[in-house]
Design a protein around this ligand. Structure first.
Ligand SMILES: Cc1cc2nc3c(=O)[nH]c(=O)nc-3n(C[C@H](O)[C@H](O)[C@H](O)COP(=O)(O)O)c2cc1C
Length: 481
């Protein structure tokens, strides 16, 4: 277990560790490919750098964007990235992950329009044109992680063991906890379609049917043990998303681009080993009958056979943009977000973060190379700090990915693309450095809303203040301990 892995002063220092670990991460110093245009559904975006969906948990209680949401989107809009993947937005109230998550509805629609236009306006102000800019919205149902109560697709023994049915009372999901019904899922198809229609009406360029990070649609992909028409066979487990995509195509034709962010590998739950504080996998049995993209005889490793079939199916259903991610932010966060310092609900990294970065790159490469015509956006770059652009350049040149997305680095450093193009590099003092304050804020619930806004406390003074306030509130709740 190590407190700090990123101690590099030069790119050669990083290369040394990469070589020692024997992982496939390469870097280029001359930056050209990151400036390349990318064609998505016949439209060109102006460069190959993007911003991942990053929710700020800062909407109003009825799901409208609020002050900090507008601020974040404007900062993203003015940052120079030519693809902005708008954050998780619930399609039904009971599927919100927290009381301040965005929720798209007819009542809130004009607020979302204002949010979108604010980002576009800022982009035009700073970058001159929005003709080569794309902004999308991620549509979601949080499933097991819905805040009113968990809505689970099936019983997964390891994941149930770490899912709270009622956190305040300390109650976990038990084997008799109800799974979501087929009729609920049928209705949910239409809620996604309605949300897509609303997003198209106000001018989003694309919508993402979210199937990552173990939320409902992701969980269904691994629901081999679920009976009925949404579980069991591959055909059944992919029915919900197939129907959603099919209905959207029927209703909207080419009026909006269809995208999806998927998990290519869910992994198994990890826990904090009390002695070392490092992450360890919860015990599991072989064959492992749960989750998506895993090797049944070794679920610590990925198997993309079914994932490839799934991507082929989605392309057949009209998906023209794919974003590849990994893992669960709740139970194996080292997979999705390689970090130095763990979040409050996490554990010290069980592996060198470069191994996590390399896993992202490799999985994405396999998918991109299997579907060379599909624009694939990759994840897992932020841990590389300023050298993320050198890895981005190399991955694009090698055809491992079409678009490079950054998540945590975008909230730390929303202007990262403009700075890069102006000076040829990212500023060390502005990049994300993997200390998980943003996630800590997401997990902070001790205020009257039951949710603190999430942002970059070390780099953005607005969130520095919010962070201090959240710590004071937590201390007060603990009786000053
Ligand atoms: C504060 C925070 C909010 C996030 N919100 C979303 C989200 O709305 N949708 C999503 O798919 N991923 C979300 N993520 C995950 C990121 O998009 C990204 O996958 C992750 O941070 C890893 O990329 P990075 O190494 O560039 O940070 C969030 C992550 C954090 C830390």
């Amino acid at each position: 277990m190590k407190e700090k892995y990123f101690t590099y002063k030069t790119l050669d220092d990083v290369r040394k560790d990469v070589n020692e670990l024997g992982v496939d991460i390469t870097f280029e110093e001359k930056l050209e490919a990151v400036r390349r245009q990318v064609t998505i559904a016949g439209r060109k975006i102006g460069n190959s750098l993007a911003i991942h969906p990053m929710e700020g948990c800062d909407g109003t209680l009825d799901g409208r964007p609020d002050e900090l949401t507008y601020r974040r989107w404007e900062r993203f809009g003015g940052g120079g990235a030519k693809l902005i993947w708008g954050e998780a937005t619930a399609v039904v109230h009971e599927g919100r992950a927290n009381p301040c998550q965005l929720f798209l509805s007819e009542e809130n629609l004009s607020d979302f329009e204002k949010l979108l236009n604010g980002a576009r306006r800022k982009h035009k102000e700073v970058n001159g044109t929005t003709d080569d800019l794309m902004i999308g919205l991620q549509l979601t149902h949080s499933g097991r992680y819905s805040y009113p109560r968990p809505i689970i697709a099936y019983h997964h023994p390891q994941v149930d063991a770490v899912t709270y049915a009622d956190k305040a009372k300390g109650l976990k999901v038990t084997p008799d906890y109800p799974t979501v019904t087929d009729s609920y899922l049928e209705e949910l198809e239409d809620s996604f379609v309605d949300a897509a229609k609303m997003a198209a009406k106000i001018g989003f360029d694309f919508i993402d049917i979210k199937q990552c990070h173990t939320y409902l649609l992701n969980e269904l992909l691994g629901a081999r043990t679920r009976p009925g028409k949404y579980g069991g066979s591959f055909e059944n487990r992919t029915r919900l998303v197939r129907n959603i995509l099919g209905k959207i195509k029927d209703e909207l034709g080419n009026r909006i681009i269809l995208a999806s962010r998927i998990n290519a590998f869910d992994g198994v739950p990890f826990y904090e080993e009390p002695e070392t504080k490092a992450g360890r996998p919860l015990p599991y049995e072989i064959p492992y009958e749960y989750s998506f993209g895993i090797k049944k005889d070794n679920p610590l490793d990925y198997d993309l056979t079914e994932v490839m079939e799934f991507v082929r199916m989605m392309i057949g259903s009209g998906v023209q943009l794919l974003n590849v991610s990994l893992g669960s932010p709740y139970y194996n966060m080292h997979l999705g977000r390689p970090f130095d310092r763990p979040p409050v609900d996490g554990y010290y990294s069980p592996e060198h973060p470069l191994i996590g970065v390399a896993r992202h790159f490799k999985v994405t490469e396999e998918i991109q190379k299997a579907f060379p015509e599909l624009p694939v956006m990759g994840t897992g770059y932020s841990w590389l700090q300023k050298y993320l652009v050198n890895a981005a350049e190399s991955n694009i040149r090698r055809g491992r990915v079409s678009i490079v997305g950054v998540g945590r680095n975008a909230i730390a450093y929303p202007n990262y693309v403009n700075d890069l193009f102006a000076t040829g590099e990212l500023e060390s003092k502005k990049v994300c450095y993997g200390v998980s304050y943003c996630t800590n804020l997401m997990r902070s619930k001790h205020n009257e809303l039951g949710q603190y806004p999430a942002g970059c406390a070390p780099r953005d003074p607005v969130y520095g203040e919010i962070y201090k306030e959240s710590l004071r509130a937590a201390k007060k709740k603990d009786g000053g301990k």
